[in-house]
Design a protein. Structure first.
Length: 113
């Protein structure tokens, strides 16, 4: 299964990627985020970066819905994210080949945007 180190290695291997200083991970290409640590809100309202969960750009609502509804053990969303083409992926449940595909696809969509 994957972890934050795999995300970092995969993201930094892609052309034009910049890592933004963070307590977790935050990767951009052309100034646009494509994968970063999930900033979970605690009961007190404070944000806690979860490095075991990655937020991924997926391009559009149809893809977001397909992932969240098709593989709920792996992907999820929250009300705060539902208006954006983003999903959260549980890194401990995704294999490296699938994570490679997800990170590369997110990067490619931002490059092509």
């Amino acid at each position: 299964m994957a972890d934050e180190h795999d995300v970092r290695r995969l993201a930094l291997a892609l052309a034009g990627v910049e890592e933004i200083p963070s307590d977790g991970f935050d990767f951009r290409v052309g100034g646009r985020g494509f994968v970063w640590s999930y900033p979970e809100r605690s009961a007190s309202g404070r944000r806690e970066l979860r490095t075991d969960i990655a937020v991924l750009f997926v391009g559009d609502e149809a893809e977001r819905q397909a992932l969240v509804l098709g593989e709920p053990a792996l992907f999820f969303s929250t009300p705060a994210y539902e208006r954006f083409p983003l999903v959260m992926v549980r890194l401990g449940k995704v294999d490296l080949a699938r994570l490679t595909e997800l990170v590369t696809d997110a990067w490619q969509m931002r490059v092509d945007d």
